[in-house]
Design a protein around this ligand. Structure first.
Ligand SMILES: Cc1cc2nc3c(=O)[nH]c(=O)nc-3n(C[C@H](O)[C@H](O)[C@H](O)COP(=O)(O)O)c2cc1C
Length: 200
């Protein structure tokens, strides 16, 4: 059985990044629970070629790699810093270019970071409708962290750490379930032609 591909996507425009740290944390928790082909990409990897593209064809190779990784993934951890009370405009811009059917039924974990706690519910009122549009299988636990939850760039707050553990566990369970389902369906498809041929 091939390992499920888990892609972490962080919309940070600077490094080091608290958002990337939080995406890493959820991805690490998921990876600790079973074999996954996991990697994290962030917007610094994509460079300015992402914002300059109005269509998929105009994406630079580095920005296109982000889009391709999202569409090929079996599951995602998506994260953005909060800018002006929502995910960043560039985060939405990237998902505006994603094929509308590419995330249907795929497990997605949502994370966000902001300066303070005031916008903590952004994960519920901004991210969830977007991934609802895609028909993604959003895991129940979304993770939000404020500046004060990090110390020297490390996630230090116990409550946020616990939510990252919970989110990683939910994501890993769904990925494993879907991988097992895929394996069973593949086996049925392999057997069916043989059974049909025998009946003829
Ligand atoms: C343009 C801009 C707008 C921001 N707007 C908000 C905001 O509305 N609410 C908030 O809590 N933090 C806001 N912040 C703070 C960032 O969300 C916060 O520092 C975040 O953790 C940065 O993530 P990063 O380290 O991954 O870049 C804003 C920061 C910038 C640069």
């Amino acid at each position: 059985m091939t390992r499920p591909r888990l892609v972490g996507l962080s919309a940070n425009l600077q490094r080091p990044s608290k958002t990337r740290t939080l995406v890493d944390a959820v991805l690490r928790e998921a990876s600790a629970r079973g074999p996954l082909d996991a990697r994290v990409l962030d917007f610094v990897d994509a460079g300015p070629g992402l914002g300059a593209a109005w269509t998929r064809d105009q994406l630079t190779p580095a920005a296109r790699a982000l889009l391709d990784a999202i569409e090929a993934a079996d599951g995602l951890v998506v994260g953005s810093p909060v800018y002006k009370g929502a995910y960043t405009g560039l985060f939405k811009h990237l998902f505006d270019l994603v094929d509308p059917g590419a995330l249907a039924g795929k497990p997605v974990a949502i994370v966000a970071t902001g300066g303070g706690a005031r916008h903590a519910l952004v994960v519920e009122h901004a991210f969830r409708p977007l991934f609802g549009f895609f028909g993604a299988l959003q895991i129940p636990t979304a993770v939000y962290a404020s500046d004060a939850d990090f110390q020297a760039g490390v996630l230090a707050e116990a409550g946020v750490q616990a939510r990252a553990v919970e989110a990683g566990g939910q994501l890993a369970a769904l990925l494993a379930h879907r991988a097992a389902q895929g394996a069973v369906q593949g086996a049925v498809q392999d057997v069916a032609p043989v059974a049909l041929a025998a009946a003829e």
